[in-house]
Design a binder for this molecule. Structure first.
Ligand code: FMN
Length: 388
């Protein structure tokens, strides 16, 4: 049962008005046009692209230029950028704006991956306050009327928290919203997100919306996060893996005045199979290649059918199917009227992992200023590819 929040406001991000305070979290390798379109078909809110590397965009790398494309049904169009160099990031933002390629731009300061933090990028970067401020101010200026937001973690580890300083700097720089994944980089995806940090950020940042992120697995979790933390909206990542209809549940719970949207509460296996089939078809469309689309849907099989009576053999065959016709045949063999299995289909999915000491450049934590050594590490921190 989902408890509707009495008068949840819709969310405003700069000039963008959303009719539900819900954002699809950027997820590399997942939130491509196909998945965003699918989620949007069920719900309301903002659907962010997978991470795009500023340098690759400035260099007009072919894969990156394809990843920033949106389908005509996608509005507002939202793109997340990663980078470490203020000039390159500002240039990437300018390209998106000048060429009318985005209605919203988000900057990623939350990546915990060692190959990124080792060079001072991602979640390591806000530790260097001046650099962080320079990046955000430059990006906001370059964005002009297009709202620019940031997404960050609590910090590097519990002894090196950055989110309150970074939140205030970003607010002063003129961002349109601030999203917090309430874990440190050291926590990776382990344990439980610390929603009290979202409450603390909400008290520190008064003039722009604060979006809470971490461990929303159901509409009830989203309602609870908003009530407990006072955040202005929720960002949902792993909870929607294999259940794009969660965006229907979220919209119905958080924006009850809207016309209700199709939802997955009590989803039969037939309902799930239809969503899976639609996802596969949209991936084929996105890649413009049936084999590639059918290969990409494989990573979603376990998430869609979690808890449903689908045998190991069928799952394995779905994970090797290379045409939509093969997928259709396999789906037709399922007990499509099997009911929603309850708890077995719920709960955690996707990355979890164990806490790790974050990899950082030598001497990174000794000062919050960017010294010569740290500058050298950063020069190498640009990634040259986008997505996952
Ligand atoms: C597969 C995967 C890829 C991700 N890629 C990105 C990314 O490109 N940019 C980003 O800011 N966060 C990325 N994240 C983090 C999510 O946006 C989100 O902050 C995190 O999963 C916590 O939210 P959740 O508990 O709702 O999943 C990724 C997470 C996962 C699981």
């Amino acid at each position: 049962m989902t408890t509707a929040l009495a008068s949840a406001p819709a969310l405003r991000i700069g000039p963008i008005e959303l009719d539900a305070p819900v954002v699809l979290a950027p997820m590399a390798g997942i939130t491509n046009t196909a998945f965003r379109r699918l989620c949007r078909e069920y719900g309301a809110g903002l659907y962010v692209s997978e991470m795009i590397t500023s340098r690759a965009l400035v260099e007009r790398n072919a894969t990156t230029m394809r990843l920033i494309q949106h389908h005509e049904s996608e509005t507002p169009r939202s793109i997340q950028l990663y980078g470490v160099d203020p000039t390159t990031i500002a240039e990437a933002v300018r390209i998106l704006v000048a060429e009318d390629r985005a209605d919203h731009i988000d900057l990623n300061f939350g990546c915990p991956v060692p190959k990124v933090t080792r060079k001072g990028g991602g979640a390591a970067l806000p530790w260097k306050l001046e650099l962080f401020g320079e990046i955000v101010r430059g990006a906001v200026r370059a964005a002009g009327d297009v709202p620019l937001t940031i997404k960050m973690r609590k910090g590097i580890d519990t002894d090196h928290l950055t989110y309150l300083d970074a939140g205030r700097i970003a607010e002063d720089a003129g961002v349109a919203a601030i999203a917090l994944h309430a874990r440190t980089a050291a926590e990776f995806y382990s344990g439980q997100a610390d929603w009290s940090a979202i409450t603390a950020l909400k008290s520190a940042v008064m003039s722009v919306p604060v979006l809470g992120n971490g461990d929303i697995w159901s509409a009830d979790d989203a309602v609870r996060m908003m009530a407990e933390t006072g955040c202005d909206g929720v960002v949902v990542g792993r909870g929607c893996l294999g259940r794009p209809w969660l965006f229907g549940d979220l919209a119905n719970a958080l924006a009850p005045d809207r016309t209700p949207t199709a939802q997955g509460v009590d989803a039969t296996l037939g309902f799930v199979a239809r969503a899976f089939r639609r996802h596969a078809e949209l991936l084929v469309d996105f890649f413009e290649d049936e084999g590639r689309g059918c290969r990409d849907i494989r990573k979603h099989v376990a998430w869609y059918f979690k808890g449903y009576p689908v045998g190991g053999e069928t799952r394995a065959q779905l994970a090797t199917a290379s045409t939509l016709a093969e997928i259709d045949e396999l789906l037709a063999t399922m007990e499509l009227d099997a009911p929603y299995p309850g708890a077995a289909a719920e709960g955690q999915r996707g990355r979890a992992g164990t806490p790790k000491r974050p990899a950082l450049p030598d001497g990174w934590l000794e000062s919050r200023e960017l010294g010569a050594e740290a500058s050298c590490a950063l020069a190498d921190a640009e990634l040259d590819h986008s997505g996952g």
